[in-house]
Design a protein around this ligand. Structure first.
Ligand code: CMP
Length: 143
C-alpha cells in the first residue's frame, strides 16, 4: 500500500459548533498524520471554484452559500491508503445513511451541512491539496 495525501475540510458549521478538536482527534486516532492546516473564510469565487465539478447540480447554490458562511479548516492528511481511510472515517455523504461512529454519522446535520469533505481519488487529492497549499506548506513526517 502506498503512502497517500488527501485533503480534508472541516466545514463552516462544524467549525462554528466547536467540533475542530473532536474531528482532528478522529484523524489522529486513526493514525493519519496532519501535515498542513489552514483556516480560511472562502470567497464566493473560491467556493465555486473548489466545487466546480458540481456546478450543474441542483444543490450547487446551496453548497456554495454554505461553504462561504463562516471559516473552514483545510487540512492535509498523510498515511498509508489515506484517501480511503479518511472516507471511511467520514462516513456517507448523506448523514441519514452514515454509520454511527463515523464523523458524519455522529456530527452531520444534513447532506449540505455534512461536517467534512474528503478527496475521493489520488487525482482529486492532488488538485484539492494544491487549491489550498503550496509544497512549502506541507510538513511530511516519518510514521
Ligand atoms: P462533499 O463531500 O463536500 O462533496 C460535495 C458536496 O455536495 C457534498 O459533500 C454535500 O455537502 C453536497 N451534496 C452532495 N449531494 C447533495 C445533494 N443531493 N443535495 C445537497 N447537497 C449535496
Amino acid at each position: 500500500m502506498a503512502v497517500e495525501r488527501t485533503l480534508s475540510i472541516i466545514k463552516p458549521g462544524a467549525v462554528a459548533r466547536n467540533l475542530i478538536g473532536k474531528i482532528i482527534t478522529r484523524f489522529e486516532e486513526e493514525g493519519l498524520r496532519i501535515i498542513a492546516v489552514r483556516m480560511i473564510h472562502l470567497t464566493e469565487a473560491q467556493a465555486k471554484s473548489f466545487y466546480a465539478v458540481h456546478r450543474e447540480r441542483p444543490f450547487f447554490g446551496e453548497l456554495v452559500a454554505y461553504m462561504m458562511e463562516s471559516p473552514i479548516l483545510a487540512l492535509v492528511l498523510e498515511g498509508e491508503n489515506a484517501i480511503a481511510r479518511n472516507r471511511e472515517l467520514m462516513g456517507a455523504t448523506d448523514p441519514s445513511k452514515a454509520m454511527p461512529g463515523t464523523i458524519r454519522g455522529d456530527f452531520a446535520v444534513s447532506v449540505t451541512r455534512n461536517t467534512v469533505h474528503g478527496s475521493d481519488s489520488t487525482e482529486t487529492a492532488a488538485a484539492e491539496i494544491a487549491f489550498f497549499f503550496s509544497q512549502a506548506d506541507l510538513f511530511p513526517r516519518a510514521s
